[in-house]
Design a protein. Structure first.
Lengths: 416, 63
């Protein structure tokens, strides 16, 4: 609990921070915008402009090679001025590499996630969303996060990976269990990260093995393009390596979006005037409403980078090997960038949005997320004429990273 | 206004093609094509949004 600035301390793994980081962000932004965490040799960066400068530094003075989401055990080992390099045999997930491997591996599977390909997914997503609503609305009460957004997001992932749709539920359960942290230690609840990585790999293997056996002819481009990738133009990746490259899209595409949409629909319910405005022209308004939801309701609290070359950020000189913890949700609530940032305003002007990050690690699935978000809002609100949220039943578990509503109980009063 | 692309930075994320579809397009090989190198002022709002939201900060404007 924050009592005064004099004895203020911040650590993303502190139990009180994990229970509710928002009050900490305000103190950090106003008094300690470059807050040094000695035991991690890391700066917690809380102002929008500073976060933006780190993410978009064209001089490549930051890297994510030590991880873009470091755990406490990693933080506790100092780099001593030298950054780790990455293995090229076997290759780790591309998110733990750097140029030029990072870009080569990312570009190798991004084709089905670009705007034109994603536009072709509209019919599929619309079908899944309508089917979910047909199933859920007669039940009258359900968890908006998992039962609506969760299954839609996981089904969309099944489609992208060429997996049967009945794997949507196991994928969703696996990924949700992975983001649960112990409220005291901040460690993973579902065993260690090695075990979680094994589960991811086993699931994605169900997509990779059949695609390789079938010749990977490009009909499931996300998987096939990775199977056909050649490192340095020569070496094909093993099945395990292919799986590891495809973890990012699966987790990113399943974990965050359902929480954003469920929380966002709750905000509209809390603001009946705004809900009425959005309803007045759903096909036009769902898009900007989703944009504000990504700013206001984003559950991912922070990402890490490491300093490659000396650079000054926010007036502070950073040295090679040090870490920065980019407090994304603090940046999203920075009054220097957004007017009245703590208010949800469905059509507020958002000139720069960091909800999908920026720079080298910019969200590879941004267009898919925006398509799903828009369709879910549009379809839910066109079918449901009156709904309410049971706020007493909300669940938002303490977490160092994914602090979002895993349970948003909705009651449907009137639908068609 | 004149569009300037830093081709070393562009990786075809396609954000610009959503913000200003009359000006930016990804071709069939997912390479960025600038449809109008000197777009008129009526397209300024979309172009400026593209400049701001390009995640690689690869787009700038000359005058």
């Amino acid at each position: 609990v924050i009592t005064s600035a004099a004895d203020f301390t911040y650590n993303p793994h502190d139990a009180d921070v994990m229970a509710n980081p928002v009050p900490y962000y305000e103190v950090l932004r106003e008094q300690f915008p470059m807050y040094y965490i000695r035991e991690y040799d890391a700066y917690a960066i809380s102002r929008f402009e500073d976060v933006y400068d780190v993410l978009s530094d064209a001089g490549h003075r930051f890297t994510g090679v030590e991880g873009t989401l470091m755990n406490r055990d990693q933080f506790l080992v100092r780099n001593g001025g030298v950054l780790p390099s990455w293995s090229r045999n076997p290759l780790p997930p591309f998110t733990s590499t750097d140029s030029p491997d990072y870009e080569d591996l990312r570009q190798a599977h991004v084709a089905p996630l670009r705007p034109k390909s994603v536009a072709l997914m509209e019919t599929f997503v619309l079908g899944i969303v309508r089917e979910r609503l047909d199933h859920l609305l007669p039940q009258r009460s359900f968890n908006l996060t998992t039962e609506f957004g969760g299954i839609v997001a996981a089904s969309t992932m099944c489609q992208l990976y060429g997996l049967p749709l009945d794997l949507a539920r196991p994928i969703l359960d696996m990924i949700n269990s992975g983001s649960m942290t112990d409220p005291e230690s901040g460690g993973l609840q579902a065993g260690n990260t090695v075990q979680l990585a094994r589960q991811h790999r086993e699931m994605i293997m169900k997509a990779v093995v059949p695609r390789r056996a079938a010749g990977a002819d490009g009909s499931v481009p996300l998987v096939d393009d990775m199977v056909n990738f050649r490192l340095d133009g020569v070496r094909p990746l093993t099945d395990e390596e292919v799986c590891d490259q495809l973890v990012c899209v699966l987790v990113g595409g399943t974990e965050t979006l359902p929480k954003v949409v469920a929380h966002g629909l709750m905000e509209l319910w809390r603001h009946p005037d705004q809900l009425a405005e959005v309803r007045s022209d759903l096909s036009l308004n769902a898009r900007p409403a989703f944009e504000e939801m990504t700013r206001y309701c984003g559950p991912a609290q922070w990402f890490t980078r490491q300093v490659r070359e000396p650079i000054t950020i926010g007036g502070t000189e950073l040295k090679p090997g040090q870490r920065v913890i980019l407090l994304m949700q603090s940046a999203a609530r920075d009054p220097r960038e957004f007017d009245g940032p703590d208010e949800f305003v469905w059509n507020r002007p958002i000139e720069r949005n960091l909800a999908f990050s920026f720079g080298q690690h910019y969200c590879v699935g941004v267009h898919v997320a925006k398509l799903e978000g828009r369709i879910m809002i549009e379809e839910f609100l066109s079918r449901v004429h009156d709904f309410e949220i049971d706020e007493a039943g909300l669940v938002r578990l303490p977490s160092s990273f994914q602090w979002g509503y895993s349970v948003v109980p909705v009651t449907i009063n009137d639908y068609s | 206004m004149k569009i300037v692309i830093d081709w070393k930075q562009c990786e075809g994320n396609g954000i610009c093609s959503v913000e200003a579809p009359d000006v930016f397009e990804l071709d069939d090989d997912d390479n960025l094509t600038v449809l109008l190198e000197n777009p008129g002022d009526e397209l300024r709002a979309g172009v400026e949004a593209a400049v701001r939201s390009c995640p690689k900060r690869a787009i700038s404007l000359a005058d």
